[in-house]
Write a protein that binds this ligand. Structure first.
Ligand SMILES: Cc1ncc(COP(=O)(O)O)c(C=O)c1O
Length: 403
């Protein structure tokens, strides 16, 4: 018998989105048909040529670099933050991390004592609760208003009742596409100040805003500098999730502690990738490529959400940002379908996801790991043809559901 691994190691849930990406290709082999994959949490376009060329050139940076990140890149990011949200962070108050995910992971350990509570706005990105658990914190799920938007009154009560030390949300939101308004952020800021807690704003989708909307950040609200921490990065906007870069900006004390931990956790992130980011954040070509993606995803949203809402029983809010559609599908709980000579019931978002995989040959991600089992998430970061075909296939498959 082998010795035991830790409770943490045994109990942590695998990332539903990353796992599904692998499952889709093995299902294609098993069933022998092609699946339209709308699970992806990444853009369908990569970096521009000039950014790629800079990556190759950066390859010569093969020795350890500054743990906090390349000083020149931090200087550039200081300018980007100032331009985009109107707040000046000294480069000393910015740390480059191993993806936004790596930044969040270390932040949890910087902010939480074991057993302290992190308030996570529902619905949430699948990794949030697990990364709180990795820091031996307690994830507490804070309700929206029954729909998908924050409800400040409810939030105030829950923060008090659950003794929340840190509040965490993404806006634009993965999975819902909801973008917090200035008013909502001001309400949240008021509560944060009143209770004197931390707030982490994950703004990684801030370049994907639709209908001409402008990005609003809690960091730009007066008085928030001491309480608010920004998490962002190039993975989505510049199409480089595989390069594992992100950054965190916040109060000096937080960034110093994060850097100390990072020195032991990973010694900082890839130097060639950071070198390439100097170009990416200043390149006109890269800016145009991001804008092009945004426009394409907005068109996909228009087609897909309209089509979904025309299907009896499905209801989908119009996402204002990010690149996901998050319709409710719980009207179909209790129905059944046949596949490969067997009858399958639908009782959960996982069952509905399997139904679509088998009968529509379309892959989405079940809502359960995002905190809403009543929903399913589809990625819009794909070609328009896939969006149109997926709608047709879903439409056809729905006719095979029965009570
Ligand atoms: C809300 C949110 N935050 C952070 C991340 C992680 O970004 P990165 O790839 O830079 O670690 C993701 C990726 O899906 C995300 O959806």
């Amino acid at each position: 018998m082998a010795p035991l691994i830790s409770k943490l190691g045994g109990g942590i849930k695998p990332s539903a989105t990353l796992r599904l990406m692998e499952e889709v290709s093995s299902l294609e082999k098993e069933y022998g048909f092609k699946i339209i994959d709308l699970t992806s949490g990444q853009p369908d376009r990569g970096p521009t040529e000039d950014v790629l060329a800079a990556l190759f050139e950066g390859g010569k940076l093969s020795r350890y670099g500054p743990v906090q990140g390349d000083p020149e890149l931090r200087e550039i990011l200081s300018g980007v933050i100032n331009k985009e949200i109107g707040v000046r962070y000294d480069p000393q108050d910015i740390a480059i991390t191993v993806g936004a995910k790596g930044g969040l992971d270390i932040l949890m350990r910087v902010l939480l004592e074991p057993g302290e509570s992190m308030g996570i706005m529902t619905p949430f990105w699948v990794t949030y609760p697990e990364s709180v658990k990795i820091a031996y914190g307690i994830p507490c799920f804070l309700g929206s208003d029954g729909g998908l938007r924050p409800n400040p009154e409810k939030l105030r009560r829950e923060i008090e009742a659950k003794n929340i030390k840190v509040l965490l949300y993404s806006s634009p939101c993965n999975p819902s596409g909801v973008v917090y308004t200035k008013d909502e952020l001001e309400e949240i800021a008021k509560i944060v100040k009143e209770k004197d807690i931390w707030v982490i704003a994950d703004e990684i989708y801030n370049k994907f805003l639709f209908d001409g909307k402008k990005h609003e950040s809690i960091l730009s609200i007066e008085g928030m500098r001491d309480n608010a921490i920004l998490v962002d990065g190039p993975s989505k906007r510049l199409g480089v999730p595989g390069w594992r870069l992100g950054y965190v900006a916040g109060p000096s004390e937080v960034i110093k502690a994060l850097t100390k931990l990072q020195g032991h956790v990973n010694s900082g992130t890839s130097r060639p990738a950071q070198y390439a980011m100097r170009v990416a954040y200043t390149s006109q070509k890269a800016k145009e490529a991001t804008d092009d993606m945004r426009q394409r995803y907005e068109r996909n949203r228009n087609i897909f959400v309209k089509g979904l809402n025309e299907i009896d029983g499905i209801s989908c809010i119009k996402p204002e940002g990010a690149f996901y559609a998050f319709p409710s599908i719980d009207n179909f709980f209790g129905s059944k379908y046949e596949f490969a000579g067997k009858e399958f019931p639908i009782r959960s978002s996982v069952d509905f996801r399997n139904f679509l995989l088998r009968k529509a040959q379309v892959a989405g991600v079940e809502g359960a790991p995002f905190g809403m089992d009543s929903h399913i998430r589809f990625s819009l970061a794909t070609g328009e043809e896939n969006i149109v075909n997926a709608l047709n296939y879903i439409n056809h498959a729905m006719k095979e559901l029965h009570l």
